[in-house]
Design a binder for this molecule. Structure first.
Ligand code: ADP
Ligand code: G6P
Length: 502
């Protein structure tokens, strides 16, 4: 933290994300703050706690203004959204235009000019707030698809800053991205950053290709020369490359080793009727997660007698998400109907085929579920990373358990010993679930051990250190304090995921 000028407090490190790590909860009296949903918050909160920076974000409630406040070693700076902005900027442009577009059109994106106008206005508000609290030369790290215009807005207002951007979700191929009527503005917005991070090399390559085709700019390895607004000279060189996000492995590992978690895991299995095999799905209730596909595959395995209800139980935990958006409502109805049908057909007094919970849980309870589950089903149709897959591995302290992992989740590039699946292929998915259920102990151990080893080095601390170290290097070069960086080599080549056969 730095103090300059009059009495304004400014910060050397500022995170900007649509959401603060906590949401306002007005259902309690007095109102409280509760952890907000999603992988972004899970990953960025530990980074934030270890710095003395500020986090600029929305408090999750419309038409409410809050003063900045400190919570759990974090300084939080709320940005208000009106009810109309909630509809147009958040539910509209962010989650009914960009979200489906960037997840390869799993549902149709809607394009509305009023939503775009609201997106621009809200991005301007976030940029203004960050510019007010950033100390001279501060590092400002902007997160995710809701705020893609912020980097260029910030650069215009505060050229002294080192500006990083990280996209937590996929960046689509040009043929898909090209649908977006505001594609050039989005790319120009992102190019305001010194460093633009993506989950996979393929996402970074898609972005660079979009820049080449849409803006007719050349790229050299990861580097893109960005001109000033008048086009007369170079403003800066932006770099776009992959930084796969991860989890706080050590913290989850130690949580899973605690006696409380071990006892709770045993209790969960007991409460579920001590099934031979406990299968688990944990997701936000989102159509990208392939929850319907997973439940369909499980239902068919019961129907055709490959699995008996007494043998295996599926627990599906789904955090409520974006509930006012039609596709999300439809998904919830579909999932609940499918669960009801399977239970109606296959449950007995002693064994329930599917246990479904539409709640969010504290971290220690999540760790207990991960520890209790023999098989984890991550069947995303498209996912930037999927931290749930990594969390499951981190909690398998006995080196057992099987991860069934979609090849369309970014995590498949690191967790190469998982049983990988194409979730659209229901027959293949059923075969992979059976393979997981019947996998010999020795093979489980070999696979799990290798994945755990990797996660212990490639954790969230390394992700943020890598990103911020690279950003500081690029910004120093721009300011002339270090040799010019012309290209940051990609850590991994721009190739599709490796075949994950063991
Ligand atoms: P996304 O960011 O799309 O939601 P991720 O898998 O990357 O997907 O991250 C989800 C995060 O939310 C994980 O940290 C996971 O533990 C957490 N989470 C998911 N479901 C629940 C739940 N029901 N209760 C509490 N936390 C949850
Ligand atoms: C994903 C996105 C985040 C988002 C989170 C929860 O993790 O990458 O940006 O915050 O989902 O979604 P929500 O719309 O509730 O913020």
């Amino acid at each position: 933290m730095t103090t300059h000028g009059s009495d304004a407090t400014t910060f050397d490190f500022v995170v900007i994300a649509n959401r603060l790590p906590v949401d306002r909860d007005d259902s309690t009296s007095p109102s409280t703050w509760k952890a907000s949903p999603g992988g972004l918050v899970t990953a960025v909160a530990p980074v934030m706690r270890s710095t003395r920076g500020a986090w600029v974000g929305w408090a999750g409630a419309a038409d409410q203004e809050f003063e900045p406040f400190d919570l759990e070693d974090m300084h939080l700076v709320p940005v208000p959204l009106s009810g109309q902005e909630l509809e147009r900027y958040y539910e509209g442009f962010s989650n009914a235009t960009l979200w489906p577009l960037y997840h390869d059109l799993i549902v149709h994106p809607a394009y509305h000019r009023t939503w775009w106008d609201s997106y621009v206005e809200v991005n301007e508000r976030f940029a203004r707030r960050a510019a007010e609290i950033a100390a001279p030369g501060a590092v400002v790290w902007v997160h995710d698809y809701q705020l893609q215009l912020v980097p260029a807005l910030l650069r215009e207002a505060r050229p002294d800053l080192a500006i990083g951007f990280f996209n937590h979700i996929p960046f689509p191929g040009w043929e898909i991205f090209a649908q977006l009527p505001w594609r050039a503005q989005i790319l120009e917005g992102l190019l305001g950053a010194d460093l633009i991070g993506f989950q996979r090399p393929a996402d970074a390559a898609n972005f660079r290709r979009a820049v080449r085709i849409t803006l007719k700019r050349s790229t050299k390895d990861t580097a893109i020369s960005v001109p000033t607004a008048d086009g007369e000279r170079e403003s800066h060189v932006a770099h776009a490359r992959a930084f796969p996000i991860s989890i706080d492995t050590a913290q989850l590992d130690s949580l899973a080793r605690s006696q409380e978690t071990i006892d709770r895991a045993r209790e969960i299995r007991r409460e579920l009727g001590d099934p031979e095999v406990l299968m688990l799905g944990v997701d936000r209730m989102d159509y990208t997660k392939g929850i319907r596909h997973r439940i369909k595959a499980f239902g068919e395995l019961l129907n055709d007698g490959s699995i008996s209800p007494g043998e295996a139980t599926l627990v599906q935990i789904a955090t409520p998400s974006r509930e006012r958006i039609e596709h999300y409502r439809q998904l919830r109805d579909d999932v609940e109907q499918a669960v009801g049908r399977i239970n109606g057909e296959h449950s007995t007094l002693h064994h329930q085929a599917v246990h479904y919970f539409h709640h969010s849980y504290p971290r220690d309870e999540m760790a207990a579920y991960y520890l209790a589950a023999d098989v984890m089903l991550v069947t995303a149709l498209r996912d930037g990373m999927n931290l749930v897959a990594k969390e499951y591995v981190a909690c398998r302290t006995e080196d057992d358990g099987v991860l069934v992992l979609s090849e369309f989740a970014g995590a498949a590039e690191q967790l190469t010993q998982a049983v990988t699946v194409n979730p659209y292929d229901i027959t293949g998915l059923k075969a992979s679930i059976l393979q997981a259920v019947r996998m010999p102990q020795q093979e489980r151990r070999r696979r799990m051990r290798a994945m755990r080893r990797r996660l212990h080095t490639e954790d969230v601390g390394r992700w943020s250190a890598d990103f911020l170290g690279t950003l500081r290097g690029i910004a120093a070069a721009r300011r002339g304090a270090a040799p010019a960086v012309t290209a940051v080599p990609t850590r991994t080549p721009d190739t599709p995921p490796r075949d994950s056969a063991p």
